[in-house]
Design a protein around this ligand. Sequence first.
Ligand SMILES: Nc1ncnc2c1ncn2[C@@H]1O[C@H](COP(=O)(O)OP(=O)(O)O)[C@@H](O)[C@H]1O
Ligand SMILES: [Mg+2]
Length: 175
Amino acid sequence: MLEELSLHILDIGMNSLAAGATVLSIEVLESARRNWLIIRVRDNGRGMDAATLRRVLEQRRSSTKSKRRKGIGLGLALLRQTAEMCGGRFHIRSAPGQGTTVVASMRLNHVDRPPLGNLDDTVLALCAANPDVEIRLRYRTDSTTFQFSSKEREHHEPRTTQTSQREGTAAGCVA
Ligand SMILES: Nc1ncnc2c1ncn2[C@@H]1O[C@H](COP(=O)(O)OP(=O)(O)O)[C@@H](O)[C@H]1O
Ligand SMILES: [Mg+2]
């Protein structure tokens, strides 16, 4: 398990970029009222064919070491493990030429749920390394929504001081 969910998001976002995405949308919904934390990463990259998707979805129980030996990736399997361990679900929708959507949910108050970590830094890192890709972030809680796009200078009005600070940070990655 990775220590922070932001690191999972970074990893899943890197998959999208490796798949040639020109638009990458990261959504995080954190609802204390519903006791959910939901992560959705969507891209318009090349997508996965059925065989790849099956291979990715099947790699859930084997150990890290054996996966490394076989050269099979870990990113999606790790996120799945985290989601399922934290009372949530994991889902991938993907098809060749149709992009990919990865959704992981978990119970917000689950004892094993990793902290979100620094989502701003994650998005900044992705933006800095991929200036031509439109990277969107939408972070929503019960009371506030924060949205950012690396290709838009017009942002939604911040509704709280905290949102405003976040906006300032992430907006720094607009070229
Ligand atoms: N967003 C995506 N678009 C297209 N293919 C993907 C995407 N995410 C994952 N894949 C495919 O699934 C494989 C496994 O991904 P992952 O578990 O992150 O491991 P790794 O990136 O180390 O290979 C990738 O190698 C790639 O073939
Ligand atoms: Mg990966």
